[in-house]
Design a protein around this ligand. Structure first.
Ligand SMILES: Cc1cc2nc3c(=O)[nH]c(=O)nc-3n(C[C@H](O)[C@H](O)[C@H](O)COP(=O)(O)OP(=O)(O)OC[C@H]3O[C@@H](n4cnc5c(N)ncnc54)[C@H](O)[C@@H]3O)c2cc1C
Length: 492
């Protein structure tokens, strides 16, 4: 006899975990099946020789408000969120010049936050005026204006402006890589404006104990309400009977439920776990067409003493953003002369994340989402050179460089590869015009009883983890209503 549940959630990424815990708290008998031996997916916590962190540089939970606060409040564990503030260093280098650094530190009053940036860009008075007016326009967009601009890309929006200084153009193109994990020809100006309005308008930080601790707290709520998490339990198939999802099959057996919520990614769920034959052709075409986020590759620099002052480092140049053309060349193994890099030092925010007297930085860059991408090795070499140029004072204290990961590891920890060149998306799918904002894929699939949760569907938010968490909240509510309306007639 198969075990029976009210809902089965496939995957325990942030979206799946939040959704499952809320369903259990609402009284539904809930099972989570996770293919890895630990929960968390892309936000999984790891511990290596006393250094705790995520697999990759991850940052950006507001100290006040936002989906994490909403989720933890709904789960009754708001006091456990505990976001630690820290400093953020923006490094910029002009062609042939030296690195300049602008620091955003907690408690620091800055009269004009753009002044340092404009100095670093070496703008003249006229260029400052144009840049200020463009940034102000973005900052002042009303929700109605943002909705109206949903289908306009950053590149199209900028093309309408006159005399845009090249550094500002590059800055906005870079924000598309950094914040939306896409390219500026495809990312909507509304997405970037929402990020800039929220992210640059308030304080963000890093959770005490890391993102993995947050996942553990969420799973704690699931279990406290009778829900169950099974790890090392890969779902191989979603069972469809009588035209609806009725359960899942793993190597260890069959689990039945009238509701299956998949956090395994919209493409793997439709194309592999369920099978194209259960959807009409146009929906399958729609799913195959959804644009993926960029990939990311990084490594860990371990230092014999604390040498880096700030919590987050983002380094860019006028030419370091990835656009469609550079991404296409990367697919062929040709990497750009300049690249942007991102580093996070977890122990800056929470000293217990590193052994006493030591430090570690996760340091990486953007790439294609292809798990067999040809560019990864060359990018690692480039990052090492860049590190030495950015932080010469830290070089003598490097103990080791380890933990090289990229799209192949991202895919193996989260979504299975089902389409050529995809699977290692750093954030997920649906980061571009036509698939974001109000066009974000629907969480309710056309197959009765099957729902999607996580970054790809049903969420809103300015950073990827926020989208996943907000999807967890929204999908739990959608699924709970679906169950309440049908519980007397749903049987499997
Ligand atoms: C390199 C990198 C850097 C990032 N940096 C940031 C950042 O700075 N800020 C930020 O906000 N976000 C960042 N993100 C993105 C963020 O981590 C993710 O968007 C978010 O964690 C995704 O959550 P999710 O719920 O969509 O699911 P995922 O994390 O994708 O989890 C899906 C889960 O489903 C499981 N699963 C899949 N298939 C099966 C199956 N068949 N059976 C059972 N289980 C299955 C997986 O094992 C996994 O646990 C980063 C991501 C990466 C990779």
């Amino acid at each position: 006899m198969a075990d029976k549940y009210d809902a089965i959630v496939i995957g325990s990424g942030l979206g799946g975990s939040v959704c499952a815990a809320l369903l259990a708290k609402a009284g539904m008998k809930t099972l989570v099946l996770e293919k890895n031996n630990r929960p968390g997916g892309k936000s999984m916590g790891i511990s290596v020789k006393g250094f705790r962190s995520e697999m990759w540089p991850t940052f950006g939970i507001p100290t006040h408000g936002g989906p994490f606060v909403d989720a933890f409040r709904k789960l009754g564990i708001e006091s456990k969120l505990d976001i630690c503030p820290g400093s953020f260093a923006l490094m910029y280098r002009r062609k042939g010049g030296k690195w300049t650094t602008s620091v955003d530190a907690p408690g620091q009053q800055v009269d004009d936050p753009t002044a340092n940036m404009f100095d670093a860009w070496d703008l003249d008075a006229k260029e400052r005026e144009v840049s200020m007016s463009i940034l102000a326009e973005i900052a002042m967009f009303t929700p109605e204006q943002l909705d109206a601009l949903e289908s306009v890309s950053v590149q199209q929006w900028l093309a309408e402006k006159e005399h845009v200084p090249r550094p500002l153009h590059s800055f906005l193109a870079t924000q598309c890589n950094l914040m939306a994990t896409g390219v500026y020809e495809l990312v909507s100006i509304s997405e970037i404006a929402r990020v800039m309005q929220v992210f640059f308008g308030g304080r963000s930080g890093y959770p005490r104990g890391g993102y993995g601790r947050l996942v553990d707290e969420i799973i704690g709520v699931l279990e406290a309400h009778g829900g169950k998490l099974m790890t090392s339990a890969r779902v191989e198939r979603i069972i469809v009977e009588g035209g609806r999802a009725t359960g899942v099959a793993t190597a260890d057996g069959v689990f039945k439920a009238p509701i299956v919520v998949s956090n395994a990614g919209i493409q793997p769920t439709v194309l592999k776990l369920t099978g194209e034959e259960h959807f009409d052709k146009s929906y399958v075409g729609y799913v195959k067409d959804i644009v993926p986020s960029l990939g990311f590759t990084n490594m860990r620099y371990v230092f014999s003493k604390p040498v880096l002052e700030h919590g987050v480092y983002v380094a860019t140049t006028e030419d370091s953003f990835l656009d469609v053309e550079r991404l296409d060349r990367m697919r062929e193994g040709v990497i750009p002369e300049d690249i942007s890099v991102d580093g996070v030092v977890p122990s800056h925010f929470d000293p217990t994340m590193a052994p006493p007297g030591k430090q570690m930085m996760l340091f990486g860059t953007w790439c294609t989402p292809d798990p067999s991408g040809k560019e990864i090795k060359a990018l690692h070499a480039k990052m090492n050179t860049l590190f030495e140029e950015m932080f010469p004072e830290a070089v003598p204290y490097i103990e080791r460089i380890e933990g090289h990961v990229g799209p192949a590891e991202i895919s193996s920890l989260s979504r299975d590869q089902v389409l050529p060149g995809l699977g290692g998306e750093a954030c997920g799918l649906a980061v571009s015009v036509g698939y974001s904002g109000k066009n974000t894929p629907k969480a309710r699939s056309p197959l009765p009883g099957l729902f999607f949760v996580g970054h790809d569907a049903g969420g809103t938010g300015y950073l990827a983890t926020h989208r996943a968490v907000s999807s967890g909240i929204n999908v739990a509510s959608l699924v709970h209503f679906y169950w309440l309306e049908r519980r007397s007639i749903l049987s499997v």
